[in-house]
Design a protein. Structure first.
Length: 269
């Protein structure tokens, strides 16, 4: 071990390097791809949430996640699985106004997505061993970033919305003659399973299940749940990206079927 400096002798300071970074690899590639990926999803989801067309397939009861739950009088007949709660909505309010704000808050405050847009959009920092363009850093201690701490409450809302999406997937096992399923059902079920995995792999879920326990031996059931969630948590980043893709695929497929562009591949009914 190195002995501490003698009294009155200044300790070594950090190296003064004028270059932004000494890295020679393509460190900028990951932030760039993240910007492109998130931007594509945001643009697509925003457009689809407001167009109000081709989101419901009446024959098979397919409802896109971007419009669930649809509880206003503006929704097309049959798509209001939970009834009509409000009247006609102006065009600037999405039909899924009950779920989209909470889902957006859940994703925005997610620990992985924070890392993604902090680095890629705000360059704070853009990559390891690359200096950020700001002289000061205050972290999440001031408005608006201090609001990131409400992530756990958005997690609770996301659980409820996952239940709603699961119900939508179950209702979709329908055909004009009764029970039936097709390719759309497969897509809906796979999407909702992955959404559950992404939600349950959340850091907040891991903390809720076992974060406050002092003695795991006294809580074997919660310990097993915590262990399972911890394993999922190691893949939280992958599920975050995968679910963005499955949401687009699910919505796009239902849009194509609802608009008559393609026909649903039916297996039964």
């Amino acid at each position: 071990m190195t002995a501490p400096p003698a009294t009155g002798v200044r300790s070594a300071t950090r190296a003064r390097i004028a270059d932004r970074t000494l890295r020679t690899d393509r460190w900028w590639l990951t932030p760039l791809l993240t910007v492109l990926g998130l931007t594509i999803f945001v643009v697509y989801a925003t457009i689809r949430s407001f167009v109000r067309t081709a989101y419901w397939v009446d024959d098979y009861h397919y409802l896109t996640p971007f419009y669930s739950p649809c509880v206003s009088a503006s929704c097309v007949p049959g798509s209001s699985h939970f009834g009509v709660w409000v009247g006609e909505l102006p065009m600037w309010i999405p039909l899924a106004f009950l779920s989209l704000p909470f889902l957006l808050g859940f994703r925005l405050t997610c620990y992985y997505y924070r890392k993604a847009y902090y680095r890629s959009f705000w360059l704070s920092p853009p990559a390891c061993a690359v200096a950020e363009p700001r002289a000061r850093y205050t972290g999440e201690t001031r408005l608006p970033l201090i609001l990131q701490n409400v992530h756990r409450y958005f997690f609770y809302a996301a659980l409820v919305i996952s239940v709603i999406n699961s119900y939508d997937a179950i209702v979709a096992f329908h055909s004009p003659g009764g029970f039936g399923f097709g390719l759309g059902n497969v897509i809906l079920v796979v999407n909702v399973i992955l959404l559950w995995i992404y939600t349950l792999s959340c850091h907040s879920c891991r903390h809720v299940t076992g974060g406050r326990l002092k003695h795991f031996s006294k809580h074997p059931v919660r310990y097993r749940i915590w262990t399972f969630i911890s394993k999922l948590n190691t893949r939280h980043m992958q599920f975050a990206w995968i679910t963005l893709g499955t949401l687009i695929i699910t919505d796009c497929y239902i849009m194509l079927v609802a608009s008559g562009t393609i026909s649903d591949l039916r297996f039964v009914g």
